[in-house]
Every structure is written in C-alpha cells, then in structure tokens.
Ligand binder design. Structure first.
Ligand code: HAM
Length: 431
C-alpha cells in the first residue's frame, strides 16, 4: 500500500505545476500545433534535448535572478551538480557550437521544451511551463531581426489576434550603450543600469529615479531620463551612431512589412546578461491582462562560450501559460472536440465480435473509433456522450449488422446520416 494507514494521498499536483487532464491537453496541443506550423512554414526545423543539464551551464550564462533564486538543482549520485533547465538558450548555444563546422548558415531551429523555475506561482508565472523557442544563427545583418519579429507577429495573427490586441516593444542594447557612452556612464555601471531599466515598469517613477541617481549620480541620471524621453527622436539625435541607424532601419522595414503594432521602447532591456543587441517583448494591450506575453533578443557572444568561432544569434521564447491566458482573455480559443471521431454504443445481446469488425473497418479507413464496453444500459451509454466531447455517435444492434446499414448522429446538431460502412467512413473522413 502506498498510503499511510487509511490516509489517502492528495490528488493535488506539486505546487506551481499543472496536470493536463484531456481537455487541457487538447488546448495545449492546439497551441503547440499553431506554434509548430508557423515555425515550419518559415523553414525552422525542430530539435530537442534533455531537461537535465550540468548546473555550471547557467552560472554566468543566464540571468542572475534565475541562477540565484529560481533554479531547481540537486547533486546526483556521482556528486555532480545538476539542474532542471530553466530556459533553452544555453542548451541550444551548446548544441549549435557542437556542430558549428557542419551547419550551413543561416541555421533556423525551433523547439517547444518544458522549463522549470522556482517562482512564486501567480497568473502567467508557474514552476513548469512550455516555451516555443525560435532562433536563427549565423546572421548579423538586421534582416535576422526583421525575420524573427515578423515570425512572432505571424504567430499571434495565426492565433486569431488582431493588431490592436497586442503591442511589440523593441529596443537595442548596443544602441543604449551608445546613449550611455554619450552621457559618460562607464562600462562597469552599464550592467546595473540595464538591470534597473528592466525593472522600471514594476517601479514607481520616484523610486526608479531615486535608484538611478544612487547608481550614476544626479546629473547623469537626469541626462539619461531626458534622452529616453525623446523616443524615436533619439535616432536623429544619435545620427552618427551605427546602432541608431540599424534599429531605425529594423523598425521601418518591419512597419513596411505590416507589423503595425511595433513601438520603440527605450527602457526595454530584458533580464538576461547574454543579450548584446536588439531586444523585443510582446505585450497584451487588454487592460484586464496587460502583461508581457513573450520576448527575445540578439545574443552574439553566447555560442563563443563553447567554441572559438563567433556566431551571431537571435531568437525568442514564447510561453504556453501567457499565451493561453491571452487566448482566454480575448476569447480566441476555439471549441476543441475529442480526437475520437465516433463513439459506438451497443444494443443489448448484440454480437460483440461483429461490432469489433465494424469498428476495425472504420479504423482501417482512418476514423478514430471507441466502442462502449461498459455493459451498461443503452440509455446510460448514450447519456455518457454528454461528457465525452465526441462529435458523432452510432448505435449498433442486430438489425444494423444484418443489413450492413448504420446511422451516425452529430452529437451537437443531432443531424443524422445513414449508409453502408464505406459511405460512413468516407463521410467521417471528409469532415
Ligand atoms: P524569458 O523572458 O525568461 O526568456 O521567457 C520567455 C517567455 O517564457 C516569457 O515571456 C513567458 O512567456 C514564458 N515564461 C518564462 N518564465 C515563465 C514562468 N515561470 N511561467 C510561465 N511562463 C514563463 C527566455 O527564457 C529566453 N531564453 C528566450 C530566448 C530565446 N531568447 C533568445 N532566444
């Protein structure tokens, strides 16, 4: 016995993770299918890896918050420090470095891994989530930015979102670096300014200003705030800087390509230390759920942690939790029926061998069929359909078997269709 005495084990899952009952799994599959189909339509190929990684992979290569507060780690029986992956990017950089000689650039890869972070569970944040990762390697030109942001936009549209339902914020760390240089914020301080800017949206204006002054002094703090205030006007002011031209070109080309909800966000930095250039983040514009949905950026130095070769890289991670919240808030989730197309109820005294033959023929024809073997009364078998979400039902008795004529009924519209087994198969196949 597993229980202790008569005390039953809780049916709750571990804190912050989800059980996927079939109706949840169906939604998850719907979300993954859209992610997969868009990724593949842009020529990205799928990869995967183990959830286990050496802990050292994340030390100094990920975000400080993740490593010091959120990583799940343990010591294995061979005394190795092991982590459950909190993100996919370090694993991906390792894999790309391992094959860099053989892979023709541009390398376009995607994956939908489950990731683990010890976070305080709340709306949009759990301890296990799945994340579509789409990354492109080997392209330093801004066309990589245009592609990656366009794909992100494209996925949102494939989910049924309208342009005004979300906003894409974009910035660039090398551009910010140039602004920092202009107002003499030295290199040692920049990382801290990035981290502070990353938290800006969660702070009051006063406490942000106060922290900034503590970091870089009042004069430079005022100057920085003044600069950021100019928005896209900053590109003109920084006219001689390459990074300003590049970011401006990226934004203009994306807008020309139809990404109408793109805005320049000079304080966007994103939390990871490995980002080197463009960063972007997608936000829900709905007031009930005004959260960040997903984001990414350019990380040109991460692969060179594993190999001597320098490999430019850019990508994003889109989580299933925030996407599902978004689809629910905007009522974009379609009704999802069971993958079982037809449920066969059996009349009393029927020859089960014959029923199985019929079901077998339907399956051969590509139809997903379940047969009721509960031994319950026919009325109870039919009643169970209320909770099964299956589109079609058929009752089989002696009569149907003798005449090889079956009737299927749509469980929602109650429309019926009768015919021989071939007719029924081709009807079900074509809906
Ligand atoms: P990230 O911003 O940490 O980036 O995560 C990307 C997305 O994953 C988030 O915007 C959110 O949708 C989802 N996510 C993250 N943590 C959680 C959580 N605890 N619960 C639910 N959803 C979550 C990265 O992970 C980068 N490695 C992405 C990347 C790929 N950058 C370049 N390539």
């Amino acid at each position: 016995m597993f229980g202790i005495g008569d005390k039953k084990i809780s049916t709750e899952s571990y804190k912050g993770v989800r059980d996927f009952y079939p109706e949840d799994q169906a939604i998850q599959n719907y979300i993954f299918n859209i992610m997969r189909s868009v990724a593949e339509s842009w020529g990205y190929v799928e990869y995967n890896a183990s959830v286990l990684e050496p802990l050292s992979l994340y030390k100094s290569k990920s975000s400080e918050e993740i490593v010091s507060e959120q990583i799940y780690s343990f010591t294995d029986r061979g005394d190795r420090e092991v982590a459950l992956r909190p993100e996919m990017t370090p694993t991906l950089a390792r894999m790309i470095a391992g094959r860099i000689q053989e892979l023709p650039a541009p390398i376009r890869w995607y994956s939908i891994p489950n990731l683990f972070r010890y976070e305080k569970p709340q709306r949009g944040r759990l301890r296990e989530h799945w994340q579509l990762n789409m990354d492109i390697f080997g392209v330093s030109d801004f066309l990589a930015e245009v592609e990656i942001v366009s794909v992100a936009f494209n996925i949102m549209k494939k989910f049924g979102a309208k342009d005004q339902d979300f906003q894409i914020k974009i910035n660039s760390r090398d551009f910010l670096d140039d602004v920092f240089k202009k107002i003499n914020i030295d290199e040692g301080q920049r990382q801290f300014v990035y981290r502070l800017l990353d938290k800006k949206e969660k702070m009051s204006d006063d406490s942000f200003r106060h922290s900034l002054i503590t970091l870089i002094g009042e004069k430079r703090a005022e100057e920085l705030l003044e600069n950021l205030y100019f928005g896209e006007g900053l590109f003109t002011m920084m006219n001689e800087s390459l990074s300003a031209k590049r970011l401006n070109h990226t934004i203009q080309m994306l807008r020309k390509n139809g990404v109408s909800n793109l805005v320049f966000a000079p304080t966007l930095t994103r939390g990871f230390d490995y980002y080197t250039g463009t960063v972007f983040e997608v936000f829900d514009t709905n007031k009930e759920n005004p959260r960040s949905l997903f984001g990414g950026g350019r990380y040109d130095n991460l692969v060179s942690a594993f190999t001597n070769q320098s490999v430019p890289a850019l990508g994003f991670g889109m989580g299933d939790v925030t996407v599902r919240d978004f689809l629910e808030t905007h009522k974009l989730l379609p009704k999802i029926n069971s993958t079982t197309k037809l449920y066969i109820c059996v009349a009393p005294e029927v020859n089960m061998e014959e029923v199985y033959k019929v079901a077998g023929t339907l399956r051969e024809g590509g139809i997903n069929v379940a047969v009721d073997i509960s031994g319950k009364k026919l009325s109870d078998q039919l009643k169970s359909l209320d909770k099964r979400n299956i589109s079609y039902v058929s009752t089989i008795g002696e009569e149907e078997l003798k005449n090889n004529k079956f009737t299927i009924r749509n469980t929602e519209t109650r429309e019926e269709k009768s015919g021989g087994i071939e007719e029924i198969t081709s009807f079900l196949k074509n809906i």
